[in-house]
Each structure stands twice: as structure tokens, then as C-alpha cells.
Design a protein around this ligand. Structure first.
Ligand code: PLP
Length: 410
């Protein structure tokens, strides 16, 4: 045992990314395995945000739109995110929430395939994506069909009735990763468009939107991108679709000339057409600052460390808690940056972990989920988390009334 702990310490000592931890503010005694739900706070954000409030808003007032470039934040921050997901400058903007962006993209895609009615998705998709598709279907008088298949059946279900394939690259429960390039190619071969949700991808590992020829993508920035609670999301439109202006939320910021104040709507011919209303300047400023840490490393390096951390966790948990069933793919290249296990009392097990300073999360019905954010996690922490999990499982320490008490957010 001692030997193990020593060799783990040596691994941290030899880790070239270990220096990045100091860029984050993480409370002492907390092992944070939930960066896939809400990324930790990069230390530089507080000062940038305080200055945006006091110096920019406080002193420049309305002039800030021009003199501090507030108006261009959606494209400025969008271009920084574009680099992290393999997209060209000018093809991605920061705006709204992922849910809203799903709606905008689906409506656009449906408009681009007027003779088709099917949105194809899978049962592993995140519910909000499916709910937005259901809302769009209601709005069109039920004219659209949302067709759901099991994740492994998506490829076979792609046929010439499908207008758009809507998938999330990494399954939020199991971490299972779709093959973006192969499925996009198959979608195109039947004339369908491909929309990818990158909520659990962006900032965790390399994504190649352009190379995969994705038509559209959406994603959020408060998970691996560390943009802060409720940080604005992003939306990508492939260059060849830039002029298709199908966004049904025709707000003034998506207009070709918002400050001409025309009475009629003329969409911008650029990705800006996906903008709706006034950008969330303070939230976007915080996100902009949080992205600085990505200038310090590469997504390839982050993925490499994420794989090492998750492999260590899986092997330790397997050894210490042999009865816990792994819910994630065993091949690290087939999963995102998270590892999940099944336990019928998963909620209580997670509360017991959190009570002991190990923060992960629970996903109904029985998933305990651990995210590995390689920017700020150490091997020693992952090792320690497995040790604490073993104590909880071996001693049934989860079986306390307070650990069964459900909160509003799980
Ligand atoms: C986290 C997440 C969302 C969240 O959407 P919001 O509109 O930001 O609440 C959407 N889709 C997926 C796949 C997610 O993981």
C-alpha cells in the first residue's frame, strides 16, 4: 500500500501538466471529480470580472459596447472556442444556452431539408436536446417526427427520411463516445445533416468539427471549459451553410444591420445569424478569461492525462470494489473524460462521498459519475478518491438516512 502511494506521488512529480493546477482555485480538502458538470474556478477570472463591473460598466457605461468591444464578444469568444473544437475562425459564436442553440439549429436544419420530416437521435442523448426537438414538433403542428433509437443503432437507422441526425458525442451517463466522423459521413451519404452536441467534449479532448464535416454543433461552456455557472453556450455553423439563415429566433442581433433599425428582418449572412438578443457581457467576459488556461497546453496533452487518470481510477476501483459494475466503455478511446459505475443505492453512495470531500455526481437511475478534468486533477487525488469509495462500499457507510435525502439538483 505504502509503495503504491509513493509511486503515485512520483507520477504527479513527473506530470508536465501538474503546474496548471495552480491556475485554479479549489478548496482545500476537496477532490473535485465533477468538472464535467461545473468546471472549477480559474483564478484569473475574479479580477477580470471585477474590472469588467467596476472599470468597464461602472466607468464607461454605454460606451463600453464599442470601447471595450462588448458587442464583439460572441465572435471573439466564439473564435477561441472554435480553436478548441477544430473549427475555423468565424464559424462559431458564443450565445444563449445549449438548449436554445439546439432549437435554433434543428429548425434551421429542418428548413434546409423541406422534403424530409425526421429528426434522428438516440436514447442516450441528454434530455434537453430531446425536449427541444419535441417542442419544435409541437410548434410545427406535429409535422416533424423525432425518431429515437439505441445509441448503437444510429448508423443502421440513417435513411433517406432523415432530415437531421442530432447526437451528443459523449453520453452524459456512461461516457460512451460516438464516432463523429463515421456517423457524419453516413448521415451525408443518405442526404441527412449532422448536428453534434459537444457539451461533454469541448475542453476535454480534441474535437475535429471541420475535419469530420459536421454541419452544425452546439455545446456549453460551464463544464470542461470552466466558464462558470450558467456561462453562455456556443453554436457552430459549417462554412457552406452560413448563408442558409434558418434561425427561427429572429432577434435584432442576428440581423444583418441591427443598428439600421429596419422594420423588416434581414438575417446576417454570417454565423452571427445565430445571435438573438443582447449578449451576456459579464458572463462572456468571465468565460473569455477562463479560456486563458487552454493557451498553456494542448487538447492532445489533456486527453493523454485524462486517459491516465481514468485508467488509474478504474483499476483501483476494480481492485478495491470488485462488485461495482463499470458503466463506461473499457477502451479509453471509446469514452469521454468521465467514468461511471452502477450501484443500486448510487444516490446515497454519492452523498457519502461528497460528505467525505470527494465530489462527483449521481445520474438517475443508478449511475455514480466521476469526471476527470486533467487541467487541475492529480493522480494522488484520484487514488485517494478510490480509497474513500472503498471505505464507503466495504463498510456500507452510505446507508444513513441523510444520504437518501434528495436535493433539487443532483
Ligand atoms: C449539460 C448539457 C446540456 C445543458 O444544456 P443547457 O441549456 O446549458 O442547460 C445540454 N446537452 C448536453 C448533452 C449536456 O450535457
Amino acid at each position: 500500500m505504502e509503495l503504491d502511494a509513493v509511486s503515485i506521488e512520483q507520477r504527479d512529480g513527473a506530470d508536465p501538466l501538474a503546474r496548471l493546477r495552480q491556475l485554479f482555485s479549489i478548496p482545500d480538502g476537496i477532490i473535485y471529480l465533477d468538472g464535467n458538470s461545473l468546471g472549477a474556478l480559474p483564478k484569473n477570472v475574479s479580477a477580470v470580472l471585477a474590472s469588467a463591473v467596476e472599470e468597464q460598466w461602472g466607468k464607461s457605461l454605454i460606451k463600453g459596447w464599442n470601447c471595450h468591444g462588448w458587442i464583439d464578444l460572441p465572435s471573439k469568444v466564439g473564435n477561441r472556442i472554435a480553436k478548441l473544437v477544430g473549427a475555423d475562425d468565424g464559424t462559431l459564436i458564443c450565445a444563449d444556452s445549449t438548449s436554445l442553440n439546439v432549437f435554433k439549429v434543428l429548425a434551421t436544419a429542418i428548413k434546409m431539408r423541406p422534403e424530409r420530416k425526421v429528426i434522428l437521435s438516440d436514447t442516450g442523448n441528454f434530455p434537453t436536446d430531446l425536449y427541444m426537438a419535441q417542442g419544435l414538433k409541437e410548434l410545427t403542428g406535429g409535422d416533424i417526427e423525432l425518431r429515437l433509437v439505441a445509441p448503437e443503432e444510429v448508423e443502421a437507422a440513417l435513411d433517406e427520411t432523415v432530415a437531421v441526425m442530432m447526437l451528443t458525442e459523449v453520453d452524459y451517463r456512461t461516457g460512451r463516445k460516438h464516432d463523429m466522423k463515421a456517423l457524419t459521413e453516413k448521415a451525408h451519404s443518405v442526404g441527412a445533416l449532422a448536428m453534434w452536441d459537444l457539451c461533454h467534449s469541448a475542453g476535454a479532448f480534441p474535437v475535429h468539427l471541420k475535419e469530420a464535416k459536421a454541419d452544425f454543433a452546439v455545446g456549453c461552456s460551464y463544464k470542461y471549459l470552466n466558464g462558470g455557472p450558467g456561462a453562455p453556450a456556443f453554436v457552430y455553423v459549417a462554412p457552406e451553410h452560413q448563408s442558409h439563415s434558418g434561425n427561427p429566433l429572429t432577434g435584432w442581433m442576428g440581423h444583418d444591420a441591427p443598428f439600421a433599425f429596419d422594420l423588416g428582418y434581414t438575417p446576417s449572412a454570417k454565423t452571427d445569424q445565430m445571435r438573438v438578443g443582447t449578449p451576456q457581457v459579464l458572463a462572456m467576459t468571465a468565460l473569455d478569461a477562463s479560456l486563458d488556461v487552454f493557451d498553456e497546453t494542448s487538447l492532445e496533452a489533456l486527453q493523454g492525462k485524462s486517459i491516465e487518470l481514468s485508467e488509474l481510477f478504474i483499476s483501483e476501483v476494480k481492485r478495491r470494489c470488485p462488485n461495482l459494475e463499470l458503466a463506461s466503455p473499457i477502451d479509453p478511446l471509446e469514452r469521454g473524460s468521465q467514468v461511471s459505475f452502477r450501484h443500486e443505492q448510487g444516490y446515497a453512495v454519492m452523498q457519502a462521498l461528497i460528505d467525505r470531500g470527494v465530489i462527483g455526481d449521481f445520474r438517475a437511475p443508478n449511475i455514480i459519475r466521476f469526471g476527470f478534468a486533467p487541467l487541475y486533477l492529480s493522480f494522488a487525488e484520484v487514488y485517494k478518491a478510490a480509497e474513500i469509495l472503498e471505505e464507503i462500499i466495504a463498510g456500507d457507510l452510505w446507508d444513513k438516512p441523510e444520504y437518501h435525502q434528495k436535493s433539487k439538483v443532483t
